[in-house]
Design a protein around this ligand. Structure first.
Ligand code: TXA
Ligand code: MG
Length: 316
C-alpha cells in the first residue's frame, strides 16, 4: 500500500506531481475527458506500474499524452491528413493512432509492441501545465481499475485506486466526461472509438467519411472489449419506464430517479455520464439493476451509447 496524496491545482501541486513522475511514480491527472493514470512513457517500470495499479491486461496499448506538436514529431509521423486533424482538434479530446517514429524512446509496454502509437494533446490547463513541468511523454489510460467505470472526479479516482497510486492532481470535475475519440491515421482514416470529438466534425474536417468499427477494412482497436465501464448493477438500455427494482436514468422527455440531462442536452449528458453511472450503482445496491432512457445516436450521443452498450454487455 502507498499513501495516495491529493495535490492542489496550484504551482506547488504541479511541481510535486512532476517530481513524482520523474521519479517513476504514478499520478492521476485531470484531463478534459476523464482522469488519466499517468506515468513516464519512456520508463518500463513506471509503465508496468500503471498495468499493476489498474489490473490491466498487458496486451492493451496506452495513449501517450504530449504538450505540443514539436513533442509529437519526436515520437510519431504526422501524415498530411493527420496534420489537418491536429490543426483543427488539438489540443482536445482527439487521439490519433500514428506510425511510430524510428528510434522513439517509448517503453514497448506503451505500444504493446505495435509499430503505431496513440497520441493525444490534452486541452486541460492542469494537464498542459504538468506535461510542460515534467518534460516527459505521459502514458495515461483512464484512472480506474480495468473494466470498471471511468473516473471524472478526484473522488472517483480514489474510490478505485487509493493506496495503489502515489497522487491525484485535483482538477475537480472533467468537462467533456467521455474519453477521447480514437482515429487510426496510419492508413485510411478509421474510427476506433467514438468519444469527445463528434465523428461528424472529423469527417467534415477531412472532407471524407471515416471507416467505421465493424467495417471489414477498419483495424480493431486492441483492448476495446465488449464489456467495459461495468457498474456492479445490471444495466438495461432504451428503457422508457422503470421495472420493479430498477433505478431509471432519464434523458429529455423520459424522466427517471436520476437524469443524464433533463433537457436532452448531449454535452451535459456526456459530462455527467460516468458520475451518474456511479450514483445509479450506489442507489441500486447489491444485485440491483439500472435502466437507461434512449439517447440519440448522433454527435456526442454516439460516444455515450458506445459506453452504455459496453456497460450493458454480458460480463466475462
Ligand atoms: O480520453 C482519453 O482518451 C483518456 C484520457 C486519460 O486521455 N484515456 C483513455 O485511455 O481512455 P484508455 O487506455 O482507457 O484507452 C486507450 C485505447 C485503448 O483501448 C487501446 O485500444 C487504444 O487506445 N490504443 C492505444 N494505442 C493504440 C494503438 N497503437 N493502436 C490502436 N489502438 C490503440
Ligand atoms: Mg479506460
Amino acid at each position: 500500500m502507498t499513501e495516495t496524496r491529493i495535490l492542489a491545482p496550484d504551482p506547488a501541486g504541479i511541481i510535486e506531481a512532476a517530481a513524482i513522475l520523474n521519479a517513476g511514480g504514478l499520478v492521476a491527472m485531470p484531463t478534459e475527458t476523464v482522469y488519466g493514470l499517468a506515468a513516464n512513457a519512456g520508463d518500463d517500470q513506471a509503465v508496468a506500474g500503471i498495468y499493476a495499479a489498474k489490473n490491466r491486461p498487458a496486451f492493451n496499448p496506452l495513449i501517450v499524452h504530449l504538450p505540443d506538436l514539436a513533442a509529437v514529431e519526436r515520437y510519431a509521423v504526422l501524415t498530411p491528413a493527420a496534420q489537418t486533424l491536429a490543426a483543427r482538434f488539438w489540443p482536445g479530446p482527439l487521439t490519433m493512432v500514428l506510425p511510430l517514429r524510428a528510434g522513439a524512446r517509448l517503453s514497448p509496454l506503451v505500444t504493446a509492441g505495435l509499430s503505431t502509437v496513440a497520441i493525444r494533446l490534452p486541452a486541460h490547463p492542469l494537464a498542459q501545465a504538468l506535461l510542460r513541468e515534467c518534460g516527459l511523454p505521459l502514458a495515461a489510460p483512464s484512472a480506474n481499475p480495468s473494466g470498471r467505470v471511468s473516473a471524472t472526479r478526484p473522488d472517483h479516482v480514489l474510490a478505485g485506486l487509493a493506496g495503489r497510486i502515489d497522487a491525484v492532481l485535483d482538477g475537480g470535475a472533467c468537462t467533456v466526461g467521455v474519453e477521447s475519440t480514437i482515429i487510426a491515421m496510419d492508413g485510411a482514416a478509421a474510427l476506433l472509438r467514438p468519444g469527445g470529438v463528434p465523428v461528424e466534425d472529423i469527417e467534415a474536417a477531412l472532407g471524407q467519411p471515416l471507416l467505421l468499427p465493424g467495417d471489414p477494412a477498419t483495424p480493431k482497436a486492441p483492448g476495446q472489449l465488449a464489456s467495459h465501464y461495468a457498474p456492479e448493477a445490471g444495466v438495461r438500455l432504451n428503457a422508457t419506464e422503470a421495472r420493479p427494482g430498477e433505478v431509471l436514468v432519464g434523458f429529455g422527455a423520459v424522466k427517471g430517479q436520476l437524469a443524464l440531462s433533463e433537457t436532452g442536452d448531449l454535452l451535459e449528458a456526456a459530462s455527467r455520464l460516468f458520475h451518474v453511472l456511479r450514483e445509479a450503482d450506489a442507489l441500486a445496491g447489491p444485485g440491483g439493476a439500472i435502466a437507461f432512457a434512449p439517447v440519440p445516436e448522433q454527435g456526442l450521443g454516439r460516444a455515450i451509447n458506445d459506453r452504455l452498450r459496453r456497460a450493458a454487455a454480458p460480463r466475462p
